[in-house]
Design a protein around this ligand. Structure first.
Ligand code: GTP
Ligand code: MG
Length: 451
């Protein structure tokens, strides 16, 4: 086993359909009340929360567990339902080491649930499924914060049967998506079978069980991924570029490898040449609080992976969400800048030949879209991050083949002048916040054209 002190915190991404309870679940784990202060209870931005192992062990109610787990804690990332997890990319994969897929046990699977599963499958990310809102099952008598087995025992036979029925609908859906799944306490091998934990994020029932399964997965993850460490030059992913009063453009990043210090030279991906700048300030949310709710950031001199941190530095305006950020030295600067540029160029496409045009909100979602369309052998003329502009509209309109006189937009806006132009043109426009919808809609369109 590697030195415990150098192990980095695993990154856990919380995914699932809008309103199925991602933020409430994290909230419960944190023991704070972020949801109640949230505008319309909708998560507006991506945030990160570090929960130290001691807090988790406390929730599990067994201090002996402290020594069984090597992980220093878990870094939870809350992805809003309308936002793709794909922003959280890293070179050649997903940023998250583990994930929680939250599904409302009463509503069942929804578009973003399917989307989450497809992404996790593609990246082979280990995850646990949380079947949430069990307190809404007819006749359920809530037992605050109890583990699942204990609260289940206290329910009537009828209510137990009701839960099992709904649970097996979830398990059936998972099966249809290509996952063998079982109620987590019936799983003998978590490598082969997905665990589904019945939970109420509001009453806390089943939360200890989720944490237990997560720590188990984290332990397995660590055994397989010891190359990630807290040492070495920092590497991270840009979650968001944000204007802050008095600071100008700042970056919210997740550092997933190494260390980042105040004064470090960093290279960041942008639409043009990579940005090279010096970190002016590192602003870290306090433990158990969250980037997007922390009004007074804590200035720190350095952060080690994994961590969510806000960076203030000159010249961050053009930074690209989903792009890499890497620490460089005088000696490595040129090489790292070239690597960052090529990483972004690998995702962007500009062939100038015949094909559809794809626009997406972040580098990660663009990468996922390009992947899906290429898988279907759809030729791509251009793939870029950004809203649909007048220029894009004009460019698409010059294509004669109706199959390729097409604009595909993921989580982007259509500029008003582009909209006006498109109304008068033959260009077919598809926009959605769900990747597989865009793929399906385009396939349907192709079929119609060919008939
Ligand atoms: P987005 O961020 O918009 O994607 O939603 P979310 O998945 O974060 O959902 P959120 O946690 O904001 O919960 C949505 C609503 O469901 C809120 O009104 C919660 O109070 C409610 N809710 C979440 N979990 C539970 C639960 O276990 N039981 C009950 N009864 N309500 C829940
Ligand atoms: Mg939320």
């Amino acid at each position: 086993m590697a030195d415990k002190k150098n192990l980095r915190t695993p990154i856990v991404c919380v995914m699932g359909h809008v309103d199925h309870g991602k933020t409430t679940l994290l909230d419960k784990i944190r023991g704070t009340a972020i949801v109640s202060g949230e505008a319309g209870a909708i998560t507006q931005h991506i945030g990160a929360t570090e929960v130290p192992i001691d807090v988790i062990v406390n929730k599990l109610g067994d201090p002996r567990l402290r020594d069984r787990f090597m992980v220093p804690g878990l870094l939870f990332i809350d992805t809003p339902g309308h936002h793709a997890f794909t922003t959280l990319r890293s070179r050649g994969g997903a940023l998250a080491d583990l994930a929680i897929v939250v599904v409302d046990i009463n509503e069942g699977f929804k578009p973003q649930t399917y989307e989450s599963l497809q992404i996790l499958k593609r990246f082979k990310t280990p995850f646990v499924v949380v079947a949430n809102k069990i307190d809404r099952i007819g006749g359920w008598v809530s037992q605050k914060d109890l583990p699942f087995a204990a609260t289940f025992k206290k329910q009537s036979t009828e209510v137990q049967a009701r839960l099992e029925t709904k649970l097996y609908e979830v398990i059936g859906e998972l099966y249809n998506q290509g996952f063998a799944a079982e109620r987590y306490d019936r799983v003998t091998n978590f490598q082969k079978t997905l665990g589904v934990v019945p939970v109420s994020a509001v009453t806390g029932e089943g939360i200890p069980d989720v944490l237990m399964v997560l720590l188990g997965l984290a332990q397995k993850f660590l055994e397989a991924n010891l190359q990630y460490s807290a040492k070495g030059p920092g590497v991270g992913t840009v979650l968001e570029v944000k204007e802050e009063k008095g600071l100008g453009a700042t970056l919210d990043i997740i550092l997933y490898d190494g260390t980042l210090k105040k004064g470090d030279t960093v290279v960041i991906g942008s639409l043009g040449e990579p940005i090279q700048t010096k970190v002016r300030a590192l602003l870290k949310p306090r433990e158990l609080s969250e980037i997007r709710y922390e009004s007074k950031f804590q200035q720190v001199n350095k952060v080690t992976a994994a961590a969510g941190v806000k960076i203030s530095a000159p010249g961050l305006e053009g930074a690209l969400a989903g792009s890499p950020i890497r620490v460089a030295t005088e000696e490595t600067l040129e090489e790292i800048a070239a690597q960052v540029k090529s990483e972004i160029d690998e995702v962007r496409i500009d062939t100038g030949s015949v094909g559809v045009m794809i626009k997406a909100d972040t580098l990660g979602s663009l990468e996922a879209l390009v992947h899906e369309f290429q898988k279907d052998n759809v030729p791509i003329r251009k793939a870029e991050v950004g809203d649909i502009s007048h220029r894009d509209a004009v460019e698409a309109s010059t294509v004669e083949d109706p199959l390729y006189s097409v604009l595909i937009g993921f989580s982007v806006k259509v500029h008003p002048d582009a909209r006006d132009f498109l109304q008068e043109s033959n260009v077919k426009v598809f926009t959605s916040d769900v990747i597989y919808r865009l793929v399906e809609d385009y396939q349907k369109y192709v079929k119609e054209q060919q008939e």
